[in-house]
Design a protein around this ligand. Sequence first.
Ligand code: SAM
Length: 343
Amino acid sequence: MNLITQLQSMRDLPDEQLHSLICDESATKALAAAADLVRREVYGRDVYIRGLIELTNYCKNNCYYCGIRRDNREVARYRLTHQQVLACCEQGYGLGFRTFVLQGGEDPHFTDSVVCKLVDAIKTAHPDCAVTLSLGEKSKESYQALFRVGADRYLLRHETANACHYGQLHPKELTAENRKRCLFDLKEIGFQVGAGFMVGSPYQTAHHLVEDLRFLQELDPDMIGIGPFLPHHATPFAHEHKGSLTLTLRMLSLVRLMFPHALLPATTALGTLHPDGRTLGLQAGGNVVMPNLSPTDVRELYTLYEDKISTHAESAEGLNALKEQVSLAGYEIVTHKGDVKRK
Ligand code: SAM
C-alpha cells in the first residue's frame, strides 16, 4: 500500500478526531512532516507560480473583513485598463509565468463582455497560458460565457461553510447558499475550481473548520486557498484578532493530507502574518505561490488587510530572490502552466 492510499484514511477520520487535530498545537510539526511527504509523492519538489493581477479595487459588496469593501471611503479606487492587463501578462510571460490570475472586487464596470474581451486577448497573445479568474459571485450564464471564451480556472473561496458564521462575516444580501451555488455551477461548467477560507476569522470555532473540511470533501475542488484572517483598520473587524500562524499551518497540512492532489497556495496573507510564513506554508503542504504582477503604483490600493507584503517577483531580480527562497526551503519553482494532477 503506498503512502497516499494509507493516508486516504484521513478523509474518513470522524469529526471528533479532526476537531482534536485542529485544536492540538503540539501536532503542528508532525502534521507538516506528513503533509510534506504526501506533497512530494504527488508533486515532488515542484512549486507552481501564478502571476496575480489585481484588476480592480472597486467592489459593490460590503464584507465585514475586507479592506476594499464598498463603505471604505478612505481607499482611492482604481481599475486597470485592457492594455495595462495585457502589459502585465506580457511582462510576466517574459519572466516565465504561464498562469495569470485576474482578481478583483465585484466591480460592475467589468461586465461579462469586458472580461470576455480581456480573457480572449490574453489567450490569443499567450495560448500556452492558463487564465484564472477570481471576480466573485456571478450567474451560471456569466460563468458559462467566461468559460466559452477560454478562462480555465476560477477561484472563489467559500469563506466559511457554516451559514450562520457566514452571516456573521457578511451583510445579509450575501449568503453561504449562493456562494456554494456558484462553486457547484463553476464545477459543472468545467472550470478547474478553487474554494477556501480564512483561518481565525471573527467568531470562527474549530467546529466551523471541521465543517469547512467536510464541505471541501463534498465539492472536491482542484485548488484550496487558505490564509489567516488579518484585520484592516477601515472595516467593522478593525479590532479583531488576527488568525494564528500555527492553526493556519495545521489547516494547510490537514488539507494536504485529505486532498493529496490539491493545488494549495502558501498565501500572501501567511507571508504577511509572519516573515517566514510563505516558507512555512510550503513546508506544511503548500505547492503554489502567487506573486503579484500588478502595476506597482496600484498595489498599495489593493489592501484587503494591513501591511500586505509584496515579493517584487515582477522583476527578474525579484523572481530570482523568490526562487532562491523557495530552493532554500527545499523546493523548486517550475514555470509551466501547473495544472492539477488528478488521481
Ligand atoms: N471578489 C472576489 C471574491 O469575492 O472572491 C475576489 C477578491 S476577494 C478580496 C479575495 C479574498 O480575499 C477573499 O476570498 C477573502 O478570503 C480574502 N480576504 C479579504 N479580506 C481579508 C482579510 N481581512 N484577511 C484575510 N483575507 C482576506
